[in-house]
Design a protein around this ligand. Sequence first.
Ligand SMILES: [Zn+2]
Length: 106
Amino acid sequence: MSERERRIGLNEAVFREVNEHVESLSQGTDALSIVCECGELSCTERLFVSPAKYEAVRAHAALFLVAPGHVAADVEDVVERSDGFEIVRKHEGEAQQIAEETDPRR
Ligand SMILES: [Zn+2]
């Protein structure tokens, strides 16, 4: 795996951690304002998702929520396009392994 792929994987893991805190602070609301989980540290996009959708994504270590177009096509594929966000799945192999090792739900 390239240094770039590893960096993207670790950045996404950081944003996922941030969003876990957002969710815990937002109990009882019907839309979570989360940060884009793409691999760019400079990205400041906010996404609005329902708690149910967030939970469905977080149930899988390899899935991340990103802004439309914020897909690193060499390490992940879009599995769902929605209004205002896209859900990506890390490719099998090391990209997925990083996602699993850093999964805060494990
Ligand atoms: Zn982004």
